[in-house]
Structures are given as structure tokens and as C-alpha cells.
Design a protein around this ligand. Sequence first.
Ligand code: PGA
Length: 267
Amino acid sequence: MSAGRTPIMAGNWKMNTELPEAISLASAVAEGTQGVEGVEIVVCPPYPFLLSVNKVLGDSHVQLGAQNCYFVDSGAYTGSVSASMVKQCGTSFVICGHSERRAVRYSQGLSSMADDDIVNRKVLKVLETAMKPILCVGETIEEFNSGTSKQVVKDHLVADLKNVSPFDMPKLVVAYEPIWAIGTGMTASPEIAQDMHAFIRNTITDLYSKEIADQVRIQYGGSVTPDTVDQLMACPDIDGALVGGASLDPAKFCRIALFNKVAEAAV
Ligand code: PGA
């Protein structure tokens, strides 16, 4: 974490919770992080609960995120949800290109480049709709083992950021999510994560400028827990976490989200 960037801790609830649980989870997170300063906190419930969760969050410090959206404004796209629909529910952030979404297309035999094209269109639509994308990138275990992680992540970034203006870049959050670490309990070591985060920042420097790269927040995602968050957040290029499993437990998520507050209190 660098002094110049506000950490951002986001909970991705995935396809979990029922309405009463979603409401109580959101209110527990709002209560448990009350009065906190110097960190942005986001929860991303399933689509049907966005409005109810937004109401519960009220004017608390916790912001609302969506887990996905479609890149077309309106039309005959049965079952799809547009960026402006999620915006109207109070959403400020939208996760774009989560590997669990990309996997739908991989499993249909569609190429990763075709997938990146769609992710790119989502990123542009989210920005155009005055929300902030959380762009997920990361390699599979096979790519990690074959030493191609950086090339894979770079290819995603180049394709997914196509036509994103330098003006919009500081609003965007990148989430480095090694697929082998998601939901597996195998958190990437702080060394591996920091090395990739620095590489992502350098790639953004090459694509834009150092000034812009220094403003973009880069989250780590993949089995983040209260036990692993402090070490990760101590790394200079890790500016936050995208949390799946542990975000469903309010005590765990609040501990993760308040990492710096807790660490400061312990000094
Ligand atoms: P996990 O999920 O924390 O359960 O590994 C992270 C994510 O998918 O964003």
C-alpha cells in the first residue's frame, strides 16, 4: 500500500446469500466499519439484492458494487442486466472480467481474446455510465506453472483497457486474481503478489504514464483472510483486496476491511 492511494477492500458475495441474510450481512458490515477513515469499502451482492442492500447501507461508509453487467444499453438480451440498471440501484463499482464469468465463455470453447473483447466493452460501458470498473486479471495454474503468468496478465490488460482514456484510468481498479488462488485456500505469497502487482503497474506505465499508473489501485484477490491480509497490504503495490469466501462472514470481512485501523491500534 502506498501513502498516496486510498486502499479499497471489496467483498464479492458471488451467488450466495438469501435476502434476509444479505440484509443482515450488509448491516453488520456497515456497523462494523462505522467511522473508519482512509479506506474505501465495497460490497457486491447478487443483482436481485442490490436495491435492498443499498437501502440498508444508507449513508454509511460502505459502497455498493455489482458483480457484472452487460455492455449494451437495452434490447432483446433476455436475462441480461445493463450498466444503467445496476447504476439505478445505487451501484458505484462493477466487477468486470471475473474469472468465474470468463470461465463461462472458456467452457463454451470461445477464445480468451473474444472474451477480452467483451470485458473491454463492459469496462468502457461502466465508465461511460459514471461507475468504476474493478477489472479482474489473472492466470490459471497451468499458466503459473509454465512461467507465462506475466504474459497472460499483460495480454489481458492490453486488450481489456483498449480505448480507456487516460482521464478515466485513475477511476479504474485492477484486481490481480490468480485463478489458482480463488476459493482454494492457497493465497499467493506476498512476494508473488507484490511481484505481479509491480508488473501490472509497470504495464500501465507503458500503456499510459507513470503518473497515471501511480494513481491506479491494484487489489489482490484469491483466498484473502484475516490471517493473510496484513502481510499482503504491507506490500507497496498492493492497494486492497477483492474478497470472496471471507466476505460472507461479517466479522472476518470487517477485520480484512479495517486491516490498517486494526494494525494502527496495535502499535
Ligand atoms: P475467494 O474469492 O476470496 O473466495 O478466493 C475471491 C474472488 O473470487 O474474488
